[in-house]
Ligand binder design. Structure first.
Ligand code: DHE
Length: 542
């Protein structure tokens, strides 16, 4: 396939060309063309997600030369080496970046950011590959396995997705998906599993094949984090949509072949100052079960776009743009799946969108840097349906009332703060299941090595801490990350996230006794991060 090469060459070519055009207001430290190329690659891989390709800031602060030159090389090196309490990883301490690479980045950051490349439909199509045409695919599952209880497990740094049988815990296949897959999502029927990599490569895996494998792939951006599918009645498995970080855009794809159909730019205006923002990136996406719409969160603009995909084939896309709050990131449905709750993480708020009336329902103040993942839904005896989020910046979990009809006194208020033990935040994901008594939380970004490897289990009714689970000591220099329940909620799985050269494990806990019941291991278990149960993902159960 030439597409990856074309785009990589394009990317580095533009960077090289731009070196000569860097503005020289005061003098930045010297950097050669070769170093500039290398630094741009490291920045793209490690930093652009939070600070932006144009370095104007989002989840992380702006890193434009007017600011970075004031800090100077040494201070920048210290930040990159040690990380920050705000959640920036300690790239040096963790041994991910060497001293030389850190020095290079610190110098690079004091130069003007090179303009990143665009991507046309023609370039996208050049990367599009269908491995198995739709007419050759089976009409029913070619195996007798309980495929709705399969788990897709991201093997982040090796660019692969493992399909694991949730019943037997056996590895079914390892699918080559490309650089640093970020999330997986299911089609409405559950048959297709979609992955999106940071490199913007989308892959679709057919779970009905005798050996489930990818059936198509396409690269639709240089940098992406989200993908979802059309779930509304009549559109099941018809479309997929990718949310891109760069170029800032969303791309509608054919759900079964991934043929790109339509690119829409998301460059926009900040909802509040009405200044233009070129890098208005697409963060989370969810698919409405009640309308043919996708809910797209336009991070920098602070707008939620409700994208009506019912007339894509006729060349029409209708978008309702809802002003919300800046730096939208991750989020999920409430229990009724009418309201979508999304973190405006740098504003310490949760935005609530009413997808039925297509309007902003509420903005709720929570703690420092909320990071819900998809959040956790609880039907509480006193507060009624509530939705909870953890925080990167502090140790509390906030639970918000979500039932304005049945429990109006609690609606869109934090009804409960749950405290995690120990100091600091660092929580990334929380999860529960309707059949489980527990709410489970990780803390992979906490600097304390003991808290990093811990999983906290809270009672869903009393909110008391029931147990702290620790990753067995034999796994060294690791973090426990991301919880996912199996289909019936009788167990939950945790990833042991280490370095690429060290196989680790996926831990399976009994959801009643909280005992470790299985360690899924093997040479293939490298840098596992997100895990996605087919049934829970297709039905949005969390
Ligand atoms: Fe994620 C979800 C973006 C760092 C693992 N991550 C998301 C979503 C976004 C996002 C927008 C929501 C997708 C959706 O629902 O449609 N993530 C970003 C970033 O911009 C950030 C902060 C920095 C970056 O450069 O990527 C970032 N994320 C991370 C990690 O470091 C994690 C732990 C490992 C990794 O892959 O890099 C990580 N993010 C995940 C996972 C989900 C996710 C596992 C899906 C959670 C779920 O249960 O649905």
């Amino acid at each position: 396939m030439t597409g990856g090469l074309v785009s990589a060459a394009l990317f580095t070519g533009v960077i090289a060309a731009s070196v000569g055009t860097a503005k020289a207001e005061s003098s930045p430290p010297p950097i050669t063309k070769e170093e500039m190329k290398k630094a741009a690659k490291i920045y793209f891989d490690r930093c652009a997600g939070c600070h932006g390709m144009l370095r104007k800031g989002a989840t992380g602060p702006a890193l434009t030369p007017d600011r970075t030159r004031k800090l100077g090389t040494e201070a920048l090196e210290a930040f990159i080496y040690n990380g920050t309490l705000g959640g920036m990883p300690d790239w040096g301490k963790q041994g991910i970046l060497s001293k030389e690479e850190i020095n290079l980045l610190a110098r690079y950051l004091q130069h003007e950011p090179p303009p990143p490349p665009e991507l046309s439909m023609q370039q996208m199509k050049a990367t599009w590959k269908v491995y198995m045409p739709v007419e050759d695919r089976p009409t029913r599952p070619q195996h007798n396995l309980n495929w709705k209880n399969f788990f897709g497990v991201i093997l982040r740094d090796v660019g692969k997705v493992a399909i694991v049988d949730g019943d037997t815990k056996k590895l079914i296949n390892i699918v080559d998906t490309g650089f640093a897959v970020h999330i997986l999502r299911s089609s409405a029927s559950g048959r297709y599993m979609y992955s999106i990599g940071r490199d913007g490569k989308a892959t679709v895996i057919d779970l009905w094949l005798s050996k489930p494998d990818k059936v198509a792939e396409v690269k639709v951006c240089y940098d992406a984090r989200s993908i979802d599918t059309s779930k509304y009645h009549g559109y099941e498995d018809k479309y997929a949509v990718v949310g891109c970080y760069w170029p800032p855009s969303f791309v509608v794809l054919d759900g079964m072949t991934l043929e790109p159909k339509k690119i829409v730019s998301t460059s926009s205006y900040y909802y509040d100052t009405q200044e233009f923002v070129r890098e208005a990136r697409v963060a989370s996406i969810v698919s409405s079960h009640y309308d043919p719409i996708w809910v797209l969160n336009i991070k920098e603009a602070g707008q939620v776009w409700l994208v009506d995909y019912s007339k894509v084939d006729k060349g029409t896309i209708k978008i309702d743009m809802i002003d919300a709050e800046r730096y939208l990131h991750d989020g999920g449905w409430d229990l009724s799946k009418r309201y979508f709750l999304v973190a405006a993480n740098m504003r310490n708020k949760i935005v609530v969108i009413d997808t039925k009336d297509k309007e902003l329902e509420a903005i709720v103040k929570v703690g420092t840097k909320p990071h819900p993942g998809r959040g956790a839904n609880i039907d509480h005896p006193k507060y009624g349906p509530i939705w909870c989020t953890g925080h990167i910046g502090e140790k509390r979990i906030a639970c918000i009332g979500t039932d304005p009809k049945g429990h109006p006194q609690y609606a869109w208020k934090v009804v409960k703060w749950i405290k995690m033990p120990g100091e600091g935040g660092g929580n990334l994901f929380i999860k529960t299941h309707p059949n489980s008594k527990y709410l489970i939380a990780d803390r992979p970004l906490n600097p304390d090595p003991e808290l990093k490897r811990s999983i906290f289990v809270f009672d869903k009714n009393t909110f008391e801490l029931v147990k702290t689970l620790k990753v067995p000591k034999k796994y060294k220099n690791i973090r426990a990350v991301h919880e996912e329940f199996n289909k019936d909620g009788s167990e939950f799985w945790i990833s042991v996230w280490g370095k690429k050269d060290q196989p680790t494990a996926i831990l399976v806990y009994d959801a009643k006794t909280l005992k470790l019941k299985k360690e899924i291991t093997g040479d293939w278990v490298r840098t596992p991060t997100g895990k996605f149960n087919v049934y829970n993902t297709m039905k949005d159960i969390y």
